[in-house]
Ligand binder design. Structure first.
Ligand SMILES: NC(=O)c1ccc[n+]([C@@H]2O[C@H](COP(=O)([O-])OP(=O)(O)OC[C@H]3O[C@@H](n4cnc5c(N)ncnc54)[C@H](OP(=O)(O)O)[C@@H]3O)[C@@H](O)[C@H]2O)c1
Length: 297
């Protein structure tokens, strides 16, 4: 039995891969660059691949019973757009998984995924979710709010910004989120895998993963700064200005841009579940508050 994990080098993937390896589950990782797996790369099978290259899915899926599909692109890449990498690639992976006889497909969507969402990623996620739901595969969908870890690129950027005398806030900062720690998310996935305690109940289920608090983007920035002992005034920068500046940064820096407009726009759109953390609790996980996690880090 092999589990194929995409996105193993990301914020959720790293936390999940650690648990899968510790549980002695045979894992194959579809990765662009195995070095990014760090020390885990010697404990897993590696399938070199890319979301933009559907031919790479064929070897990756050989002998696989369960797929956990985390990989997605939050910004355009030279190999493909957000729509291709987060939307169409999922559709292609689902078709390839059907042909390969995969028995469970676990997919990561996002709260707010809808074809009417103003952001490109959440529209692409809606397309991808539809591909999973309409497939013949037994599937489980997770739709989280913002997922964070103390070392992820978003929190690293906020920490760097907090060195400035005044911290810029993209837009009004009034959109609301229920941030959930990547380690809590990984615990939820582990318990919903086919052989795990909630594996049977997870068949065909859609879990909305939310942390215990509803925070505005402004409060999230303040929480991160306080956890690092910094207090700075926040200045709201109008979206029209943020868009123009970040588009120029992308033109000048290309893939090395520290932030893109598509990423900033995601922070303008609320991602909350009316059920709060009830779905995580149904899976036996009690998500921690962001403050508790960051102050303990
Ligand atoms: N983090 C959040 O706040 C959040 C919220 C809602 C939903 N989600 C969803 O949850 C999933 C995991 O999120 P995350 O935060 O862990 O993601 P992440 O940290 O942004 O990592 C993205 C992962 O996808 C891989 N990837 C990107 N482009 C690829 C390509 N062209 N081919 C193959 N792999 C590629 C990356 O590999 P490289 O190492 O090669 O770059 C990385 O492992 C995603 O589907 C995301 O949309 C996340």
């Amino acid at each position: 039995m092999i589990l194929l994990l995409t996105g193993a080098t990301g914020t959720i993937g790293r936390a999940l891969l650690r648990r899968l390896v510790a549980a002695d589950i045979p894992v194959r990782c579809l990765v662009r660059d195995p070095r990014r797996l760090g020390s885990e790369r010697v404990r897993v099978q590696i399938a070199l691949g890319d979301l933009a290259d559907p031919f790479s899915f064929r070897y990756a899926l050989r002998g696989v019973e369960t797929v956990v599909h985390l990989a997605a692109a939050i910004r355009d890449q030279p190999a493909g757009s957000i729509e291709e990498l987060a939307g169409i690639a999922t559709w292609r992976l689902v078709r390839a998984a059907e042909r390969a006889g995969v028995q469970r497909f676990v997919f990561f969507s996002a709260l707010g995924a809808s074809t009417r969402n103003p952001t490109r990623l959440l529209r692409a996620k809606a397309t991808a979710e539809r591909a999973v739901e309409s497939s013949s595969l037994v599937h489980t969908i997770f739709a989280p709010s913002i997922v964070y870890s103390s070392t992820d690129p978003f929190l690293r950027l906020l920490r760097r910004l907090s060195l400035l005398p005044v911290v810029p806030l993209s837009g009004s900062g009034r959109a609301v989120f229920q941030p959930i720690w990547a380690e809590d998310v990984a615990d939820c996935v582990m318990t919903a895998l086919p052989f795990a305690p909630h594996g049977a109940a997870a068949q065909g289920a859609r879990f909305e993963l939310a942390g215990p608090e509803t925070l505005t983007y402004r409060t999230i920035v303040q929480t991160v700064m306080r956890a690092h002992g910094r207090r700075r005034p926040l200045v709201a920068v109008p979206n029209s200005v943020v868009r123009r500046v970040l588009r120029a940064v992308e033109l000048l820096m290309g893939p090395a841009a520290f932030a893109t407009w598509d990423e900033a726009e995601l922070l303008q759109v609320s991602m909350i579940s009316p059920r709060g953390s009830a779905d995580a609790q149904r899976l036996g996980v009690a998500p921690k508050t962001m403050r508790a996690v960051l102050e303990a880090a």
